[in-house]
Design a protein around this ligand. Structure first.
Ligand SMILES: NC(=O)c1ccc[n+]([C@@H]2O[C@H](COP(=O)([O-])OP(=O)(O)OC[C@H]3O[C@@H](n4cnc5c(N)ncnc54)[C@H](O)[C@@H]3O)[C@@H](O)[C@H]2O)c1
Length: 265
């Protein structure tokens, strides 16, 4: 029970439908298993409710809230909902992230895709942090986990996604620096190739390949064990960063990537 007595907000706690589990849902479920009360926030309320149902079926405590994090009013509302329902926010996970849909290398990515991805991945996280930080400061502390990506440090073929995730890294370190005196820790996880529905189905659809073919190709490029990670790998790293075990850790950008970043150099 590493989060016993704590309350957590997971933004992006629903998930893209698919055979496996997404990062947001896995983090919400694991945090609840470890004793946290979890506010499951998503722009798709039905998906957030599915996550809540899973948590409740396991005996945990959770509540769903619909919010589009690209809207400041929704971010204020989700923070208010967390306070109203659970009293405080000890942990905030910023998991929302999108890609695809017209993204590409710099010379090919569409302006519309660039604007959309910046709005969700970067502005949305900024707005969520801006809404939650005063509440955490007032309470005397908190722990924030931002979900970045290995794409923040390498790639080239999805420039909007990559630059927004690079900005997430700086948003993390800057937020860590500015809030350390308030006992608020802010860290980021850089997942590598993960077997989540958004990644596998999204790529399979975009390339016109089977999900099996996409899985095999991704597995083959991972140094550690020759297989992708799962959302549980992200979730266990997030659990550590969210818990008091990480009480002296802030401003860290933690790859969870089976050695991909070591290979990239
Ligand atoms: N899957 C991977 O291989 C991988 C690798 C690196 C990083 N990541 C990152 O992990 C995070 C989650 O990925 P996932 O595969 O678990 O995705 P997911 O689709 O399962 O979860 C994302 C959730 O965010 C929600 N969402 C999207 N836009 C929103 C908005 N504007 N407001 C509120 N909710 C919104 C979606 O409805 C969805 O439920 C993302 O930030 C992604 O960039 C994933």
């Amino acid at each position: 029970m590493r989060l016993e007595g704590k309350t957590a907000v997971v933004a992006g706690a629903g998930q893209t439908p698919g055979e496996t589990i997404g990062n947001g849902r896995a983090m919400a479920v694991l945090f609840a298993r470890e004793g946290a009360k979890v506010l499951c926030v998503d722009r798709d309320l039905a998906r957030a409710e599915e996550t809540v149902a899973q948590i409740v079926s396991e005996g945990g405590e959770a509540s769903a809230f619909e919010a589009n994090i690209t809207l400041a009013a929704d971010c204020e509302a989700l923070v208010k909902a967390a306070r109203d329902r659970f009293g405080r926010i000890d942990v905030l996970v910023n998991n929302v992230g999108i890609g695809g849909g017209g993204d590409g290398p710099t010379h090919k990515a569409s302006e519309a895709a660039f604007d959309r991805i910046v709005s969700v991945n970067l502005k949305g996280m900024f707005l969520t942090l801006k809404a939650a930080l005063p509440v955490m400061r007032e309470a005397g502390g908190g722990a924030i986990v931002n979900i970045s990506s290995l794409a923040s440090i390498a790639g080239g073929n999805q420039i909007a996604y990559e630059v927004t995730k690079a900005a997430v890294n700086r948003l993390t370190t800057g937020t860590a620096q500015a809030n350390a005196r308030h006992n608020i820790r802010c860290n980021a996880i850089l997942p590598g190739l993960m077997d989540t529905p958004m990644a596998i189905s999204g790529i399979a659809e975009a390339r016109g390949e089977s999900t099996e073919a996409v899985r095999a190709a991704r597995n083959a490029t991972v140094p550690l064990g020759g297989r992708m990670g799962t959302a549980w790998d992200t979730a266990y790293a997030a659990l550590f960063l969210a818990s008091d075990e990480a009480r002296f850790i802030t401003g860290v950008l933690l790859p969870v990537d089976g050695g991909m970043s070591v290979r990239v150099g």
